[in-house]
Write a protein that binds this ligand. Structure first.
Ligand SMILES: [Zn+2]
Length: 279
């Protein structure tokens, strides 16, 4: 992968260095605010028996009733990298339109996020300010999407900005999970990593589905970079933490491919998938 790597193996990475590779890693684009709180009965939760929480989520009409995802994004600046804010804001409007249209046939009323914040540092986000470095974060309680935008990339072909666009689409997917009712599991304070991985990989899949016609080549590049070893660019600690809560890079690439190929919510049903596909 071509991502910048400005420390050598074994050297303790600087905070800024970790940040710089974050969009490439798609790391810790997380949900907080109770969206991943689970029921206390984990056995029930993790099982696929009829009536279990996972079986319930897997059978949601979101997968069978939603309309197609994808489509070009009208209003996106021609030079994606010329003005990061303008590009990401235009994309946010497209994602609103895409999701509203897709959820309508399933009889689900789409609500836009309360706010989309493009932040220069985690402290400016609506939540998650104490968390480990992230590229984006969805504050479930407030319905606020945050994307970390540090430097203004001056790459007119959009290669630098596309990972941020993907992060935005990924956070939107978390918002949709909340709107649809997939992520809400009330009644427990237990954070379960297996549940989290299914949510996160689903968000990767849905993000790829929504961006499939927006920038197909850049999406291909990003997906391939994950499939072929970007993981080695992360510190062991970062990679392990990401793997536990978000799944491996390989799994991310797998679900992105499914979303990209099918362009449908039905292709992103991680709740039906065997454990090895969500590890
Ligand atoms: Zn996420």
């Amino acid at each position: 992968m071509s991502g910048p790597r400005d420390w050598s193996p074994g050297e303790v990475p600087r905070r800024g260095a970790i940040r710089r590779i974050l969009p490439v890693l798609l790391v810790f684009a997380v949900i907080v605010g109770g969206a991943v709180c689970l029921r206390s009965d984990l056995q029930n939760l993790l099982g696929t028996a009829p009536g279990s929480a996972r079986a319930e989520v897997a059978a949601h009409r979101f997968y069978t009733g939603s309309g197609p995802l994808g489509g070009r994004c009208e209003g996106l600046p021609e030079e994606l990298g010329a003005d990061t804010g303008a590009t990401l804001n235009a994309l946010a409007h497209c994602l609103d339109r895409t999701w509203r249209a897709a959820l309508e046939p399933a009889g689900i009323d789409y609500e836009e996020p309360e706010e989309v914040r493009l932040v220069g540092s985690p402290e400016e986000a609506a939540c998650g300010t104490e968390d480990f470095d992230w590229a984006g974060i969805y504050c479930g309680g407030e319905g606020i999407v945050n994307v970390l935008v540090e430097d203004d990339p001056d790459s007119p072909d959009g290669r630098e900005i596309f990972p941020m666009m993907f992060t935005l689409a990924h956070e939107y997917a978390h918002h949709v999970q909340a709107v649809v009712g997939i992520s809400a599991q009330d009644g427990s304070e237990v954070f379960d990593e297996a549940w989290s991985r299914r949510l996160e990989l689903q968000a990767d899949c849905l993000a790829a589905a929504t961006l499939r016609d927006v920038q197909p080549y850049l999406l291909n590049d990003l997906r391939r970079s994950l499939a072929y070893g970007t993981e080695t660019g992360a510190t062991e600690e970062v990679a392990a933490e990401r793997r536990d809560s978000h799944g491996s890079f390989r799994s991310s690439a797998l679900w992105m491919l499914r979303g990209q190929k099918a362009g449908s919510a039905g292709a992103c049903n991680t709740w039906k998938a065997p454990e090895k596909e969500v590890s």
